[in-house]
Design a protein around this ligand. Structure first.
Ligand SMILES: C[S@@+](CC[C@H](N)C(=O)[O-])C[C@H]1O[C@@H](n2cnc3c(N)ncnc32)[C@H](O)[C@@H]1O
Length: 245
């Protein structure tokens, strides 16, 4: 184990049940290339799980971080991780569903989210499958409430970075955000391979069939990293810190 309590050899999954997903990896990579999005900012990690996104924001200099999760066990793990990464940091953890968890919180400069949107009714893969990745038959059970509340939680000029499987309706997401005053675009995409459990559970509802890719006998979902920016009045400019993509 290293000093963050992360197992570094085989057996990691038994020791640390909250392990960052490939989807979070996309967000981490983007933040590392655009550190100004977090540096000095007020950041929210919605559905923090392992705490990876909140931890990344702290390491990149976030002024304050709030993290939420439905799952109290996840928050416990994230709290421990964040305290070790940045003992003196201004961190607030909230247990609860979606935006309801944020009673008393204001708006944010940066919202990070890698929420469940795998299109399936249920998934047997792993003890945490239900909370972790299942997005209901159309994959949008958690995504839609996230989109509905997002514009009201961003400061003017604030950004959101979140991931979504293309097959659950990427165009729908971009259109909804645009209608709510957030300019949104796909910054990056990646292919995430599906194991047998997920292939078996994958719902037939498929808004964008091109997001399910079969290649060389394997099945992949195309995942998009979406960057949304609130275009409200009074947006910050000229800080010199932000490098955007
Ligand atoms: C795909 S996991 C990713 C977590 C984290 N980004 C990571 O990579 O470790 C999704 C997380 O969202 C949480 N979650 C699911 N539904 C939620 C909801 N309605 N409100 C808040 N959190 C939720 C889950 O408990 C889980 O920790």
């Amino acid at each position: 184990m290293d000093d963050l309590g992360v197992a570094t050899r085989t057996g990691a999954a038994e020791v640390q049940p909250f392990w960052p997903s490939e989807y979070s990896g996309l967000i981490v990579g983007y933040l590392m290339r655009h550190p100004g999005l977090a540096d000095g900012r007020r950041v929210l990690d919605l559905g923090t799980g392992s705490g990876i996104l909140a931890g990344t924001a702290l390491q990149l200099g976030a002024a304050e971080v709030a993290a939420t999760d439905l799952d109290p066990a996840a928050l416990h793990v994230a709290e421990d991780r964040l305290a070790r990464i940045a003992p003196a940091a201004h961190v607030r953890l909230h247990q609860g569903a979606m935006w309801e968890a944020l009673t008393g919180e204001a708006r944010f400069d940066l919202v990070l989210a890698n929420l469940p949107n795998f299109p399936a009714e249920q998934l047997q893969a792993g003890a945490r499958g239900a909370f972790w990745s299942v997005g209901g038959a159309d994959g949008r059970k958690v995504l839609d409430p996230f989109l509905a509340g997002l514009p009201g939680r961003l400061r003017a000029g604030g950004r959101a970075l979140f991931t979504q499987n293309r097959c659950v309706g990427l165009r729908m997401t971009l259109e909804r955000l645009a209608a709510a005053g957030c300019a949104a675009r796909v910054a990056e995409t990646a292919l995430v391979p599906l194991g047998p459990d997920k292939i078996a559970a994958l719902s037939r509802v498929n808004h964008e069939p091109e997001g399910v890719i079969e290649m060389a006998g394997f099945v992949f979902l195309e995942v998009a990293l979406i960057v949304a920016e609130s275009d409200g009045p009074g947006r910050r400019s000229g800080s010199g810190r932000e490098t955007t993509g």
